[in-house]
Design a binder for this molecule. Structure first.
Ligand SMILES: Cc1ncc(C[n+]2csc(CCOP(=O)(O)OP(=O)(O)O)c2C)c(N)n1
Length: 270
């Protein structure tokens, strides 16, 4: 399937609108991640993920885990738009009791949600566990002729997730065991709940993850082309990688251009 930037861009805008409406209607919920990461959702759900919305538990699927569970509308919007059994009525009931769209994603409640997330960083831990399980299944059941298990786990994490100890411990584990089926997308938007991230962190996250054994790709204004140029030669998803997207798209002038860059960068790498 080719990467149609125009259609994916339009889908990203639709998703942003859906998220704004849902958060507005429920008078609660977080908008930063759903707005800033819309292009990533478009590339993942519209292009890169190997999945079947009619059979959400298909065993050969790629897994997507939203570690930053507070941005749950991001996930609900993309599940709804890509054809999972999550109709508009459920989007309208965002954050209501007994809806399929609870405040934080919950396993078993919503088709397409792979695990319960909400405590920051926990989803990174879950993703590493999922990646290990995928490796074990592949080792047991794949043969040289039949690659039954050939899948990736993709995790979207925010500043808060990577501040948490659990994400550090499990990422170090992933690096040590060379989990090349794990992709961590870091929405480094430099804003946390009640302060700029600089108020509480100043570490070089990329260096930290490189030290764990991750490859690092960065997407930011003006650098998207560079990331694409340096992309690994082999086709398909690239594993054990940290994609870091700096700053919120809304902060940019010329956001459309940056959106296109993000789409291209992520699409050509994952
Ligand atoms: C372990 C843990 N501590 C605190 C919270 C409460 N909390 C929810 S969102 C948030 C801020 C997260 O900031 P960031 O990851 O940058 O997300 P963004 O603001 O970009 O959506 C906090 C502290 C939580 N969900 N989990």
């Amino acid at each position: 399937m080719s990467l149609n930037l125009e259609i994916l861009s339009r889908a990203a805008d639709e998703a942003r609108g859906l998220c704004m409406d849902a958060v507005q209607a429920s008078k609660s919920g977080h908008l930063g991640l759903p707005l800033g990461c819309a292009e990533m959702g478009a590339v993942l759900y519209g292009y890169a993920l190997k999945h079947n919305p009619d059979k959400p538990r298909w065993i050969g699927r790629d897994y997507f885990v939203l570690s930053a569970g507070h941005g749950s509308m991001f996930l609900y919007a993309w599940l709804h738009m890509s054809g999972y059994d999550l109709p508009m009525e459920e989007i309208k009931r965002f954050r209501q009791l007994h809806s399929k769209t609870p405040g934080h994603p919950e396993f078993f409640e919503t088709p397409g949600v792979e695990c319960t997330t909400g405590p920051l960083g926990q989803g990174v831990g879950n993703s590493v566990g999922i990646a290990v399980a995928m490796k074990m299944a592949a080792a047991r059941f794949n043969t040289s002729e039949h690659r039954i298990f050939d899948q990736h786990c993709i995790c979207l994490a925010g500043d808060g997730c990577l501040q948490e100890g659990v994400s550090a411990e499990t990422s170090a584990f992933a690096g040590h065991f060379g989990l090349d089926n794990l992709i961590l997308i870091y929405d480094s938007n430099a804003v946390t709940l009640d302060a700029p991230a600089t108020a509480t962190q100043s570490e070089d996250t990329a260096m930290r993850f490189k030290a764990y054994g991750f490859r690092h790709f960065q997407g930011a204004r003006g650098s998207g082309r560079e990331v694409c140029r340096r992309r690994p030669q082999r086709s398909g998803l690239t594993g054990r990688a940290l994609f870091r997207f700096e700053r919120d798209l809304r902060l940019f002038r010329g956001a459309q251009k940056e959106a296109a860059r993000r789409l291209r960068c992520l699409g050509e790498n994952v």
